[in-house]
Design a protein around this ligand. Structure first.
Ligand code: ADP
Ligand code: 5GP
Length: 216
């Protein structure tokens, strides 16, 4: 896959909650939290409740897991392609996490926001900090931290997912200790004790961050 290309848009659009309002700028939501806390799982539920929310598909150098689809879960690229994207300024934010690189393609996010559509990024903490610091974008972004009920439960979920070998899991748990300390930098925290309540909490926060926004 070329390092530049067709990532400026995708079919993940809609018009119900999660707004598409050409008259005003869309809102940028950032969901972060340690690996294994349940971000993807909870987001699956949120996106079914808010089909109008546009989800940014990240670029990564991580190898594809079984079942993952290029262009849906991630855009899977080589290290060289990733470095080119960074050099060309095509990533809104990027980070090195537990041995792999991850980044958010800038153009699609900016296009969606400009078109009045709400945008959601699911990224780790270093990336969330970069979004917060981004001129013209960060101050208005809504940063949400998904927290585990406990560190032990986080470790159990990571083991239970079964997608990493032990060394990779350890790297992720090490990163998690630092990431948990970053919670206070976020605008909101949602604890993922059960998926349904966490998803409902997120929907409420997102709908509530602009008065009168519809839910469900
Ligand atoms: P992340 O995207 O944050 O890395 P995942 O969504 O992959 O995390 O979830 C990690 C594991 O935890 C998965 O096996 C998922 O099924 C499980 N999980 C997610 N949320 C919960 C929950 N509330 N209770 C129990 N298990 C959960
Ligand atoms: P995973 O390898 O489990 O899919 O993701 C590892 C971590 O990278 C997760 O915390 C996930 O949220 C984060 N991540 C995914 N995409 C991006 C991205 O574009 N930028 C950053 N900074 N982190 C990302």
């Amino acid at each position: 896959m070329a390092a530049t290309g067709s990532w400026s848009d995708s079919s993940r659009s809609g018009s119900s909650s999660g707004r598409a309002d050409p008259g005003s700028r869309g809102r940028l939501f950032v969901l972060s939290g340690p690996s294994g806390v349940g971000k993807s799982t909870v987001l699956g539920r949120v996106r079914s409740l808010m089909p109008g929310l546009w989800y940014s598909v990240s670029v990564t150098t991580r190898p594809r897991r079984p079942g993952e689809v290029d262009g849906v879960n991630y855009h899977f690229v080589s290290r060289q392609q990733f470095a080119e994207l960074v050099a060309q300024g095509q990533l809104l934010e990027h980070a090195h996490f537990a041995g792999n690189h991850y980044g958010t393609p800038r153009a699609a996010v900016e296009q969606r926001l400009a078109a009045g559509q709400d945008v959601l990024l699911e990224i780790e903490v270093q990336g969330a900090r970069q979004v917060r610091a981004a001129p013209g974008l960060g101050p208005e972004a809504v940063l949400i931290f998904l927290a585990p009920p406990s560190f032990d439960e986080l470790a159990r979920r990571l083991v239970g997912r079964g997608t990493e070998d032990e060394a990779t899991r350890e790297a992720r748990l090490l990163a998690a200790r630092e990431e948990l300390d970053a919670e206070r930098e976020f605008d909101h925290t949602v604890v993922n004790t059960d998926v349904q309540s966490a998803a409902a909490g997120l929907v409420q926060l997102m709908a509530g961050s602009r008065p009168g926004s519809p839910v469900g």
